[in-house]
Design a protein around this ligand. Structure first.
Ligand SMILES: O=P(O)(O)OC[C@@H](O)[C@H]1O[C@@H](OP(=O)(O)O)[C@@H](O)[C@@H](O)[C@@H]1O
Ligand SMILES: [Mg+2]
Ligand SMILES: [Zn+2]
Length: 179
């Protein structure tokens, strides 16, 4: 049976983003409907994974324990709604470190696909930044833009051919669950 895998960017898709980075659990605030959307997708048989750039680690704005606490909070909130969050992969590196995992490179998407032993072709990757969409395109996944976070600014840029656009994660969940 083919795994129903959905991969999400974090900041600006699941939680509010900030140009000052999300530096603490207190600053990590879910966007309206995002927790419910993830729980509903999970309960409908979807595996929801996360691929997130976290250069704030390299920049010294917060540490790995804080990042883990944010992700524990995400898992706790989704579990309260009867769902679960799958693998969360993050890139802790800075833009100049030349790593393979920082989006727009697709390293994190490949890690997730290998973890679940599935192909990435046409798997939806939902993001609010152009780098998210480019990472998806690089591995023949389906780039999906949400208008939350930096999404409306991103929408004004030249997007990869075939990018799908939705208002928010709740709209994506409705689309995937009811079609
Ligand atoms: O959207 P995801 O990938 O989950 O996470 C984005 C964050 O890591 C931060 O990424 C930074 O970009 P730089 O890493 O400084 O280029 C900035 O855009 C911040 O506003 C943002 O909070
Ligand atoms: Mg983002
Ligand atoms: Zn990296």
């Amino acid at each position: 049976m083919l795994l129903k895998l959905l991969i999400l960017d974090r900041d600006g898709v699941i939680n509010y983003d900030s140009d000052a980075y999300i530096k603490s659990v207190e600053e990590w605030i879910p966007l309206p409907g995002s927790i419910e959307a993830i729980a509903q997708l999970s309960k409908a048989g979807w595996t929801v994974a996360v691929a997130t750039n976290q250069s704030g680690i390299a920049r010294g704005y917060y540490d790995l324990a804080t990042l883990d606490a944010m992700h524990a909070r995400l898992r706790e909130l989704v579990a309260e709604q009867g769902g679960e969050v799958g693998l969360i992969v993050y890139c802790p590196h800075g833009p100049d470190e030349g790593c393979d995992c920082r989006k727009p490179k697709p390293g994190m998407l490949k890690t997730i696909a290998q973890h679940y032993n599935v192909a990435l072709t046409n798997v939806w990757f939902v993001g609010d930044s152009l780098g998210d969409l480019e990472a998806a395109k690089a591995v023949d996944s389906q780039p999906v833009l949400v208008k939350t976070g930096k999404g409306e600014k991103t929408q004004a840029k030249t997007l990869p051919v075939g990018t799908l656009i939705f208002d928010d994660l709740a709209a994506i969940a409705a689309e995937l669950i009811h079609n």
